[in-house]
Design a protein around this ligand. Structure first.
Ligand SMILES: Cc1ncc(C[n+]2csc(CCOP(=O)(O)OP(=O)(O)O)c2C)c(N)n1
Ligand SMILES: [Mg+2]
Length: 394
């Protein structure tokens, strides 16, 4: 299912941040209303070499509801992928995004599909936010033809070029120079669009990131580097890997902004700000302070290098879906029952997509080398002893 977006036009009603809910006077807002509401972010932004955006974020009842639904759908999808993996219907690599959903929905709400996004291997939810369908997700995960990469890519290689989504990359950090290349193309073609290159806190220590930043800054490219700081690179805590974990400052001469990545509205505000900034001035870094609930990948239980209390503490205090649920309830945009019903609908949608994906065929063996090598070069594949030719590529 493609995720929805809303716009707004009439005068604003100032709403308070989450911490002030209980002091608010009760009022009702129609759930389909696109009238502007203004909600203050729970935490301030922290800036490096640039101004901070306002903490007052313009939204609407309809947008908040779409955030809730979209994040609930992503969460359910990732939980279902976990079960399918354990049932051996998904094989190979699989990195889940639950906990980090606010980054995907907040970013999408700030930009258009002419803006590009490129990310690492934790890509299922970004694919969905760029207009991909649940069927394409589950079929790809299970290696079926109806998958977004025709079942030949798997979890780490989701793409949707028509939605401005350029993958899906397994080599840590390698997507960042590619993203700067996309930004170069945007500038060269005089498009008024930008590219968001997402990478992790672990990737933030890589050399190629700084090379890409240098060129982006030198040529004033509309390149936005987004560090999704979930505080771990596989099982390594950021304090063990980074001398300076202030990733928004790591560009030195490149401005940066630290953002509460568990607050979809703060993410939206920061991405809107960054797009305007980058089109005028060149690159900017956004550090999204976020958290992954699952382990790094399916082979990591995720509990040997961090405590269970840490994980449950984040769930209780900062969960991005619960944050929006509280907003919807406290402003009487939705009732608890309506939100539970939405979660039930989402669950059904996911189950139906899985059932359909299971019916999808595996790719034909004749497809194996398609889109892999240039045709007609007569490339030979050899066995492990490097002597016997086991296949000649078409
Ligand atoms: C160049 C390279 N080095 C090492 C790896 C193995 N590896 C895969 S993910 C990962 C950790 C990356 O952590 P981070 O950038 O924080 O992203 P997260 O998984 O937290 O989203 C490593 C070391 C790799 N895929 N590519
Ligand atoms: Mg990380």
């Amino acid at each position: 299912m493609a995720l929805s977006r809303v716009s707004s036009s009439s005068p604003s009603i100032l709403l308070k941040p989450l911490s002030s809910y209980l002091s608010l006077r009760r009022r009702s807002v129609s759930s389909s209303s696109t009238d502007p509401l203004t909600v203050e972010t729970s935490l301030p932004f922290t800036a490096h070499r640039c101004d901070e955006p306002s903490r007052a974020v313009e939204t609407s009842a309809a947008e908040l509801l779409s955030f809730f639904r979209d994040m609930a759908l992503m969460r359910r999808m990732e939980i279902a992928a976990d079960s399918l993996y354990k049932a051996k219907l998904i094989r190979g690599f699989c990195h889940l995004y639950d906990g980090q959903e606010a980054v995907a929905v907040g970013m999408e709400a700030a930009i258009t599909r002419k803006d590009c996004i490129i990310t690492a291997y934790r890509d299922h939810c970004t694919f969905l936010s760029r207009g991909g369908t649940l069927l394409e997700v589950f079929a790809e995960l299970m290696g079926r033809r109806d998958g977004c990469s025709k079942g030949k890519g798997g979890s780490m290689h989701f793409y949707r070029k028509e939605g401005g989504f350029y993958g899906g990359h397994g080599i840590v950090g390698a997507q960042v120079p590619l993203g700067c290349g996309l930004a170069f193309a945007q500038k060269y073609c005089k498009d008024e669009n930008v590219t968001f290159s997402l990478y992790g806190d672990g990737a933030a220590n890589q050399g190629q990131l700084f090379e890409a930043l240098n060129i982006s800054a030198l040529w004033d490219l509309p390149s936005i580097l987004v560090c999704e700081n979930n505080h771990y690179g596989m099982g390594t805590a950021e304090w063990r890997a980074a001398k300076s974990p202030a990733y928004y400052k790591r560009g030195d001469y490149v401005p940066g902004l630290k953002v509460d990545g568990m607050d979809a509205l703060a993410v939206k505000q920061a991405c809107k700000f960054a797009k305007e900034f980058a089109l005028k001035n060149g690159p900017i870094i956004l550090e999204m302070d976020t958290y992954r609930y699952h382990g790094h990948s399916m082979s990591d239980p995720g509990s040997t290098y961090r405590t269970r209390d840490e994980i449950s503490g984040v769930r209780q205090e900062r969960d991005p879906i619960e944050r929006v649920r509280k907003l919807l309830l406290s402003h009487e945009i939705s009732t608890e029952k309506e939100l539970k019903d939405t979660e039930k609908e989402v669950r059904k949608e996911v189950d139906e997509a899985i059932a359909k994906a299971k019916e999808s065929q595996m790719p034909d063996p004749s497809d194996l080398f398609k889109n892999v090598y240039v045709k007609g070069l007569g490339v030979e594949a050899r066995g492990a002893d490097r002597k016997e030719v086991i296949a000649t590529l078409p």
